[in-house]
Design a protein around this ligand. Structure first.
Ligand code: SAH
Ligand code: F3S
Length: 435
C-alpha cells in the first residue's frame, strides 16, 4: 500500500536537490508518493535553512501547526541546515517530531524513518560517493551536486557548521548523473556546490588533477545536454582559466553569480572573503569584456558588524560600476557558531535604511537594464506553462522571458524578440517555430 509524503523545502538550490534526493529514496525504497496537502500525508518533512535567523524562528510554529492538523499517526521529520545546527534540541522543544536529519546526512533518510527519536546530524559524514535513486522536479532541467560542504570560513556564515568541510564528488559520478538526466529528457543542467570553482581541491580518496574548468568541459561533452549552469562560484577563485572556459564553451550559459557581500575591502577582510574590492571589479569588468551579453548576479549583505557609512558607500559604488543584472540583498543577521556573531552589531535602523537605499538604487538600474533589452533576440529554453496562454523560459544569459503560446513550446529552445521588457520578466515574441 502506497503512503503519502509531504515535503516543504526552504532555502537554496542545494536544499531543493536534497529534497529531490529524499523523494527519490522514499519513493523507490519505501513506496511513498508526494502529496501537496500535508493533512493527508503519512510523513511530513520540512527541509530547513539556517542562513538567516527568521526562517529558524518560524520553524517551531510551523511544525506545531503541522502537528495539530496532521493525519492521525503521521510522522514529522525535520531535515536540512537547522536540523544540523539544532540537532536533538528540536526534539526537546517539539517532542512530537519523529526524527531529525542533517543537511549532510540525506542518504540516511530511509534509516531514520524507522527510528522514533533518531537524530542524524554528523557534519563529518561523507556521502560524496553515495548514489541516490532518481527523481527530479523538472523534466527540462536537472540539478546535479558536485560537492558537499564548504571549506571557507566566511565569518558571517553558518553553512560550514551545518554542512561541514568540503568534499568534491568524483567526476565520473557527476558525469554519470548528468548522463542519467540527459537520458530522461533534461537539456539543461545546473551544477551545485557551496563553492563550485573550488572543485577538485578535496576528494575523499585524495586524488588530484581535475579542477572546475575541467569538470565543465567533461560535462559539456555529455550528449543531449545543451545548457550548463552552475551555482555558486566564489569571486576569489575566478582565475583566468576559469573565465576563459566560461567565455569559450558554447554550452555554458552566459550567466555568472558573483557574490560580492561587501564593496569595502576592509569589511571583506573582516568577513574573511579573501578578495579585495579591486579584485572583484577587475574580474567583473574582465567578464564583461570577454562576454559582452553576460548576466551577472550577486549577493550583498548590508550592515555587517562595524560597517561604516564609508564602507556602505563603497558597496554602492560597486553596485553602480558593475550594474548587476540581479541582486539578492540581505540585512546582516547574526548566526550562532559564527565569528561575526561576537562582533558589535550596526544599529538596526541604520541597517534598514542602508538596505532600502541599496534596493531602491538597484530597482532603477534594473529598469534601465530591462529597457536596454528591447528589440534584442535571444534563445529561450521554454520550461514553464503560465496563466493566460503564456509560456516562460530563460534566455541563455538568464533573463526570465515570457511569450504567448501553449505547452507545445515546452522543452523547445527558440529565438525570441523582446518587445515589452519589464523589471522581472521580459515579454517577447517567438520569431519562428522549430521545424
Ligand atoms: N556559498 C553559498 C552561500 C550560501 S549563503 C552560495 O554561494 O550559495 C547565501 C547568501 O546568504 C550568502 O551569499 C550571503 O549573501 C547570505 N548570508 C549568509 N549568511 C548571512 C548572514 N549571517 N546574514 C545575512 N546574509 C547572509
Ligand atoms: Fe558560506 Fe562563505 Fe561557504 S558564504 S557557504 S562560508 S563560501
Amino acid at each position: 500500500m502506497g503512503k503519502k509524503l509531504f515535503i516543504e523545502t526552504l532555502g537554496c538550490a542545494m536544499n531543493v536537490r536534497d529534497s529531490e534526493h529524499i523523494v527519490a529514496e522514499l519513493s523507490t525504497k519505501e513506496e511513498y508518493a508526494v502529496t501537496e496537502d500535508f493533512r493527508e500525508a503519512d510523513l511530513i518533512l520540512i527541509n530547513t535553512c539556517s542562513v538567516r535567523e527568521k526562517p529558524v524562528q518560524k520553524l517551531f510554529s510551523e511544525i506545531g501547526h503541522f502537528n495539530k492538523k496532521k493525519k492521525e499517526g503521521a510522522k514529522i521529520g525535520v531535515c536540512g541546515c537547522t536540523a544540523s545546527h539544532l540537532g536533538d534540541e528540536i526534539i526537546r522543544r517539539a517532542p512530537y517530531v519523529d526524527f531529525v536529519l542533517g543537511a549532510r546526512n540525506v542518504s540516511k533518510i530511509t534509516k531514520v524513518l524507522h527510528e522514533k527519536g533518531a537524530v542524524e546530524v554528523d557534519i563529518d559524514f561523507d556521502e560524496s560517493t553515495y548514489v541516490f535513486s532518481d527523481f527530479r522536479n523538472s523534466t527540462y532541467k536537472a540539478l546535479v551536486n558536485i560537492s558537499i560542504g564548504c571549506d571557507k570560513q566566511c565569518t558571517f556564515c553558518i553553512v560550514p557548521a551545518t554542512r561541514g568541510e568540503e568534499i568534491s564528488i568524483p567526476p565520473e559520478l557527476i558525469v554519470q548523473e548528468v548522463r542519467r538526466a540527459a537520458g530522461s529528457g533534461a537539456r539543461e543542467i545546473m551544477l551545485l556546490g557551496q563553492n563550485v570553482n573550488n572543485y577538485g581541491k578535496s576528494f575523499s580518496d585524495g586524488r588530484r588533477g581535475v579542477d572546475f574548468s575541467d569538470l565543465l568541459n567533461m560535462v559539456s561533452e555529455v550528449e543531449g545536454i545543451e545548457r550548463i549552469r552552475f551555482t555558486s562560484p566564489h569571486p576569489l577563485h575566478m582565475d583566468d582559466k576559469f573565465l576563459e572556459v566560461f567565455a569559450s564553451n558554447p554550452k555554458i550559459c552566459k550567466s555568472m553569480h558573483m557574490p560580492l557581500q561587501s564593496g569595502s575591502t576592509r569589511i571583506l577582510r573582516e568577513m574573511k572573503r579573501g578578495y579585495t574590492k579591486e579584485w572583484f571589479l577587475d574580474r567583473a569588468s574582465r567578464l564583461r569584456e570577454m562576454v559582452p551579453d553576460v548576466h551577472i548576479s550577486t549577493d550583498i549583505i548590508v550592515a555587517f558588524p562595524g560597517e561604516t557609512e564609508e564602507d556602505f558607500a563603497e558597496t554602492m559604488e560597486v553596485l553602480n560600476k558593475v550594474r548587476f543584472e540581479q541582486v539578492f540583498s540581505f540585512k546582516y543577521s547574526p548566526r550562532p557558531l559564527t565569528k561575526a556573531a561576537e562582533m558589535e552589531p550596526v544599529d538596526p535602523e541604520v541597517a534598514s535604511r542602508r538596505l532600502k537605499t541599496l534596493q531602491e538604487r538597484q530597482t532603477e538600474i534594473l529598469d534601465e537594464i530591462a529597457a536596454e533589452q528591447t528589440g534584442k533576440v535571444c534563445e529561450v529554453y521554454f520550461e514553464e506553462l503560465r496563466s493566460g496562454g503564456t509560456v516562460a523560459g530563460r534566455s541563455d544569459n538568464n533573463f526570465m522571458i515570457q511569450v504567448e503560446g501553449s505547452e507545445a513550446l515546452l522543452g523547445l529552445t527558440l529565438p525570441v524578440k523582446i518587445t515589452n521588457p519589464k523589471r522581472m520578466v521580459l515579454y517577447g515574441e517567438v520569431l519562428h517555430q522549430a521545424s
